[in-house]
Design a protein around this ligand. Structure first.
Ligand code: NAP
Length: 266
């Protein structure tokens, strides 16, 4: 039972709220964003968005493990586990060790050139990390989550999974694949207590790309087309991830949250 002093309502689990502020006929329970007791694993947590997502999940109360490549380092103060998504055995071993209740598939690679210049090696490497590696991370984590009857998987996709972006053929194909895969896994694993969702960031400022985002030609070409008039922040991506990882999102399954300032709305 929980008491809400603001509205003077007493919530009783599975019952309608009672008290002077309660509206007759509502079935509302308290909204919870608490991650205490959860174990989160974030892949690609050595830098960029993944680094900040790991810190945000830890701050929200989960025991958070940073997935880093061999000899890599996660954010200071967090446990780290080594994994390379190109190697299914390494990913499985890391996930079996951590047994996450929340998996954030953040690690990813990109390219930037005309499709006419793509090579098979580069295409294979990109799809290996962004799609094949991500799928087997989902599968390894879900095997543990099924045993518990609970799990949250959040796949970091991209606006490039929703629209075509020139000079990004393999990247768009991989992120479009992540979007479709997210829906399939949500259908298969939803009945077993696991929700699977995607977060699709737009242009996000990180320590790695800050300089590129400030170049005048980039500002002119890209920033001018973002309705909110700026690049996004890792905090804004973390907000969507924290929501999907939390008890508050228990009925959200198989969807993709675009965090792109409206770029794909046009
Ligand atoms: P980033 O700075 O390039 O970081 C990528 C992370 O993935 C690094 O930690 C990297 O590890 C890791 N990684 C790469 N290959 C790996 C492999 N084979 N096995 C395990 N880890 C591997 O990228 P970011 O900008 O933070 O992007 C993070 C995610 O958000 C990606 O999925 C990206 O596609 C997506 N995204 C980013 C933006 C954006 O504007 N930044 C926009 C849309 C979507 P190392 O440090 O060892 O290389």
């Amino acid at each position: 039972m929980a008491y809400n002093p603001i509205r003077n309502i007493t919530y009783i689990k599975n019952k309608s709220p009672v008290g002077p502020g309660a509206t007759a006929g509502t079935l509302m329970e308290p909204v919870s964003f608490d991650l205490n007791g959860q174990v989160a694993l974030v892949t690609g947590a050595g830098r960029g968005i993944g680094h900040d997502l790991a810190l945000a999940l830890a701050t929200a109360g989960s025991r958070t493990v940073a997935g880093v490549r061999p000899r890599g380092q996660g954010p200071g103060g967090l446990e780290a586990v080594e994994l390379d998504l190109r190697d299914g055995g390494s990913t499985r071993a890391a996930i079996d060790k951590v047994r996450p209740t929340i998996l954030v598939n953040n690690a990813g690679v990109g390219t930037n050139h005309d499709a006419l210049d793509a090579t098979e090696d580069e295409w294979n490497e990109l799809l290996d990390v962004n799609l094949r590696g991500l799928f087997f991370a989902c599968q390894s984590a879900a095997r543990h989550m099924v045993e518990r009857g609970y799990g949250r998987i959040i796949n970091i996709s991209s606006q490039a999974g929703h629209v075509g972006i020139k000079r990004n053929a393999a990247y768009c194909a991989s992120k479009g694949g992540v979007e479709a895969l997210t829906k399939v896994l949500a259908l298969e694993w939803g009945p077993r207590g696991i929700t699977v969702n995607a977060v699709a960031p737009g242009f996000i400022r990180t320590t790695v790309n800050a300089e590129a985002l400030d170049r005048p030609e980039f500002v002119e070409e890209v920033i001018a087309r973002i309705p909110v008039g700026r690049a996004g922040t890792t905090t804004e991506v973390a907000a969507a991830v924290l929501f999907l990882a939390s008890p508050a999102a228990s009925f959200v399954n198989g969807t993709s949250v675009l965090v792109d300032g409206g770029w794909t709305a046009q």
